[in-house]
Design a protein around this ligand. Structure first.
Ligand code: CMC
Length: 424
């Protein structure tokens, strides 16, 4: 039986287009044949365009569902470690006990970065934004790992994926230590992934440092909640760069650059700045009014999402983690948490936010947890980048495994038509 089709009628011409069905989610109209008809589709911002097919992550924005390889994010956050989720994203299934041991051990034994990376670091200003340094250093990786870089070789792709997951926390902690003028702390492979990251961030050669298990668990969960999110802007950037056959480390640098913007990963930093600017519960109404004012560019940071028109399922887990961490630290009366909770309540009851289906997203509560752990605001997006690395690299691998074509969007040209040279 022939599959579903859609009909497009243009200038009296009837064009039949195949309709492709996924396992769940909306069907897609296959418009690839339109170019032969002299037509393109128009969708700035990719609002209705599926740019690829993927088996990694599924989102139902209306219902607030997020599945990685079929597993709901809340179940993963509750039961799996971040490295289990990395394995799941890369290989399609959760690891067996034996595979878990092997994978964790392998990731935790490739954590060191080339010593010469320090020379790159020295070239940056100490007060540079850590994301600027991350873009530079992750790109510089491309110049260090020449072996295993034949992107047409499946094993080489796997090695690049492992290296990135192993080394990204080391890079992030180096950037932080450099910014505060402290010596860089080498990784400790006997710790778990999140614990090692905290060790590299906060220990110094002067005194022993013990990882707080509450912090390590919260950090692991923050990484897990950021691990992947389907075809978001930074992942699409990595895919686009990778579609040219570019070096994987350079593709990740491109992803980090895309993540930096306040509409994407930069929002977690912006949420904290906003909460600090609000400063007191009595000023919440004023900020809500500003967010609704069409003539004011201010937006409620940590609210709204291109895909979710319901509560972001990651925000639910993040909120719970936030409560747990602050309670365990005896900080449940934290003034910023109080402002955040009140702001959320007021916004969720406001007609503007209800009508536009604007709910808290993953970034709304993450900053409060990170701040409670002593992480400076400027490092928040870097932590998002560390967490998102397996997602980026899983999509990059999937795309190359599918022998995809180079990504090359088309356009609606609205500039001048051909005209003779009349300069000077
Ligand atoms: N505050 C006030 N109004 C908003 C907000 C907000 N946070 N978000 C959207 N709107 C309004 C917007 O003004 C527009 O109104 P109208 O239809 O009257 O012009 C309507 O809602 C739709 O917004 P949009 O900008 O067309 O939606 P989008 O899908 O292009 O943008 C977004 C999504 C996430 C960029 C946007 O909601 C936003 O800027 N939110 C704040 C930044 C933020 O928290 N970003 C983190 C996203 S989650 C982490 C990640 O995955 O990166």
């Amino acid at each position: 039986m022939a599959g579903k089709t859609a009909k497009l009628i243009i200038d009296g011409r009837e064009i039949e287009l195949p309709v492709l069905e996924g396992t769940i989610g909306p069907n897609v109209v296959d418009v690839r044949g339109l170019v032969k008809e002299g037509l393109f589709t128009y969708d700035p911002g990719f609002v209705s365009t599926a740019a690829c097919d993927s088996k990694i992550t599924y989102i139902d924005g209306k219902e607030g569902v997020l599945l990685h390889r079929g597993y709901p994010i809340d179940e993963l956050a509750e039961n799996a470690s971040y490295l289990d989720v990395c394995y799941l994203l890369l290989y399609g299934n959760l690891p067996s006990a034996e595979k878990k041991k092997e994978f964790d051990n392998m990731i935790m034994h490739h954590t060191m970065v080339h010593e010469q990376m320090k020379s790159f670091l020295d070239g940056f200003r100490r007060d540079a934004h850590p994301m600027a340094v991350m873009v530079g250093l992750s790109g510089a990786f491309a110049s260090f790992y020449h072996d295993s870089l034949d992107v047409t070789n499946e094993r080489h792709r796997e090695v690049a994926a492992h290296r990135l997951i192993s080394k990204m926390p080391t890079l992030a902690a180096m950037v932080y230590k450099y910014s505060i003028g402290q010596p860089i702390v080498y990784p400790r492979n006997d710790l778990d992934y999140a614990g090692n990251f905290l060790h590299m961030m906060f220990s110094t050669p002067c005194e022993p440092y013990e990882v707080n298990p509450v912090f390590a668990k919260a950090m692991d969960r923050i990484f897990t909640l950021h691990a992947d999110h389907e075809q978001n802007a930074s992942t699409s950037t990595v895919r686009l760069a990778g579609s040219t056959g570019a070096n994987p480390f350079a593709c990740i640098a491109a992803g980090i650059a895309a993540l930096w913007g306040p509409a994407h990963g930069g929002a977690n930093e912006a949420v904290l700045s906003m909460l600090e600017e609000i400063g007191d519960e009595s000023r919440i109404e004023e900020f809500i009014s500003r967010a609704k004012d069409k003539n004011d560019p201010f937006r409620l940071m940590g609210f709204g999402h291109r895909v979710y028109k319901n509560y972001d399922p990651r925000a639910k887990v993040m909120k719970k983690t936030c409560d747990e961490v602050l309670a365990q630290l005896g900080m449940h009366d934290d003034p910023l948490l109080k402002i955040a909770q009140k702001l959320e309540k007021v916004a969720l009851e406001d007609e503007y936010f209800i009508e536009k289906k604007l709910y808290p997203n993953v970034d709304f509560y993450s900053g409060i947890i990170l701040r409670a752990m002593g992480i400076p605001v400027s490092m928040f997006t870097v932590i998002f980048a560390v967490g998102r690395t397996p997602g980026w690299i899983a999509h990059w691998k999937e795309m190359l495994d599918q022998n995809s074509r180079i990504s090359r969007p088309r356009q609606l040209y609205t500039g001048p038509t051909k005209r003779p040279y009349d300069g000077l």
